[in-house]
Design a protein around this ligand. Structure first.
Ligand code: ADP
Ligand code: MG
Length: 286
């Protein structure tokens, strides 16, 4: 038999826009002592704005941003969307080949030329020389290379969600002892976001499989671990957490399908709400 309190708890959560896929997840939430958040799209809006364009090796800024937009045209990644929405109408449509490499970026062939758009890992994997100059403002750096030569870089920045800080403060008032952030983004951006939000620990420049490895290690030192994410890349981590949580609005179908709990309005502050409901549900059952 299913204790009546579970129905009450799940119903109450749904009134707050939190979909709990079973009473056992309320039990698990009550015992959670660690919360791990993905950064982009989970603690931040996942909506990037182009804040700078630099060009190298004889290319113009206009060429750099236009090539990047064309190469990214078939991607749904938030970074890709920011780049092609910045450009608007794309004139040249000679994209002959397109490949997206998870955690790295994209490779496209445009008018016979091989174009790479992505991070340091993508450049290193293709043996492309690049200068690693410091940025004045922490931003996500997207490099653009043409025929294995660096053509430029685009700096884009995201915004922290309005309620992320409050969400973390609330979690600390409950049973949560450690709040950890995982991201595929660079060290400088991760450090800035972590310190602004009061995250205890963060890991940057991670590939999707590395996120799973870190989560497994975190589980060894915790009672129950909650992971909150949004992207397609996050599905394996959502699956390996004790309680996998997906953002329902921005989240990918795969993440929502895999999750045990779905936050419909994408607000991190709904996690402490779900935990409070889990705690009071327990009292009813007893
Ligand atoms: P996060 O862990 O922050 O949610 P992802 O795992 O989706 O991020 O991506 C990690 C990194 O890989 C991004 O910060 C970016 O540098 C690079 N990247 C991934 N997809 C793309 C893309 N389509 N275009 C450019 N860069 C990309
Ligand atoms: Mg993400």
């Amino acid at each position: 038999s299913i204790p009546l309190g579970y129905f009450g708890g799940i119903g109450n959560a749904s009134k707050h826009g939190i979909l709990v896929k079973g009473g056992n997840y309320l039990d698990a939430l009550r015992n959670a002592d660690t919360v791990v958040f993905d950064k982009t799209g989970t603690l931040t809006e996942g909506v990037f704005n182009v804040s700078g364009i630099e060009s190298f090796n004889g290319y113009t800024k206009e060429e750099v941003i236009n090539l990047a937009a064309l190469a990214e045209a078939h991607s749904n990644h938030p970074i890709a969307i920011s780049i092609y929405s910045y450009v608007g109408n794309l004139e040249n449509n000679n994209v002959e080949k397109f490949e997206e490499i998870s955690g790295h970026g994209v490779i496209a062939t445009i008018s016979g030329k091989r174009i790479l758009v992505g991070n340091e890992k993508l450049l290193k994997a293709n043996d492309i020389d690049f200068e690693k100059e410091e940025l004045n403002v922490p931003g996500t750096v997207v490099y653009v290379a043409v025929e294995n030569k660096l053509a430029g870089r685009i700096i884009i920045s995201d915004k922290i969600k309005e309620d992320s800080k409050k969400a973390i403060e609330e979690l600390k008032k409950l049973s949560i002892k450690r709040v950890i952030m995982l991201t595929g983004d660079n060290q400088a951006v991760a450090e800035k976001v972590a310190s602004m939000l009061g995250v205890d620990e963060y890991h940057a420049q991670l590939l999707p499989n590395e996120k799973v490895d870190i989560l497994e290690r975190i589980k060894e030192n915790s009672k129950k671990v909650v992971f909150v994410g949004d992207g397609i890349n996050d599905s394996p981590v959502i699956a390996s957490a004790d309680i996998g949580v997906a953002m329902g609005g921005l989240g990918s179908d795969a993440a929502i399908e895999t999750a045990d709990v779905v936050i419909m309005d994408d607000k991190p502050s709904k996690l402490p709400v779900a935990m409070r409901i889990a705690n009071s549900t327990h009292n009813i059952v007893i």
